[in-house]
Design a protein around this ligand. Structure first.
Ligand code: CMP
Length: 139
């Protein structure tokens, strides 16, 4: 089925001017960008978005990193979008990511790992709603 997922092009990628290169890899994986905006995440947004990681030792650094520069938040559409996106992203830690994935190709570290993608359809909906109004999504 055609479904949606949520993606973030992270500050390490915008800093290196890789928005287009990353988006091209998403598109070549069969995903369509149906909403996109470049924002500077506020601390409140980053803390809210990553609330599930609040007790993790890396939470503070993660919030610092995600607010350190512009990000591009996107809604992606495609057949089995969540899985398709996770496959093209590769493992969270670029050292473990497969050849040809976005993180293997571009990520700098487990933290500066170039992209975020929803891990389930349920979370995709929550994450899309966190950053987008329905009228900003044009399929
Ligand atoms: P993301 O998919 O955006 O969700 C949580 C993020 O925490 C993850 O990608 C990583 O970029 C970041 N992170 C930083 N350190 C770690 C770690 N030790 N283990 C897992 N995630 C980490």
């Amino acid at each position: 089925a055609v479904t949606r997922t949520f993606s973030i092009i992270k500050p390490d990628a915008t800093r290196r001017n890789l928005t287009g290169a990353v988006t091209k890899m998403l598109e070549e994986a069969g995903l369509r960008v149906v909403a996109s905006k470049r924002i500077r995440m506020t601390r409140e947004q980053a803390e809210g978005f990553y609330a599930v990681h609040k007790e993790r030792p890396f939470f503070g650094e993660l919030v610092e990193f995600m607010t350190s520069g512009p990000v591009v938040v996107q809604v992606l559409e495609g057949v089995d979008a969540v899985k398709r996106n996770r496959d093209v992203m590769g493992a969270t830690n670029p050292a473990d990511a497969a050849e040809g994935t976005i993180r293997k190709t571009h990520a700098e570290s487990i933290e500066a790992n170039t992209v975020h993608g929803s891990d389930s359809e349920e979370n995709a909906k929550i994450e899309i709603d966190f950053f987008f109004d329905e009228d900003e999504i044009v399929g």
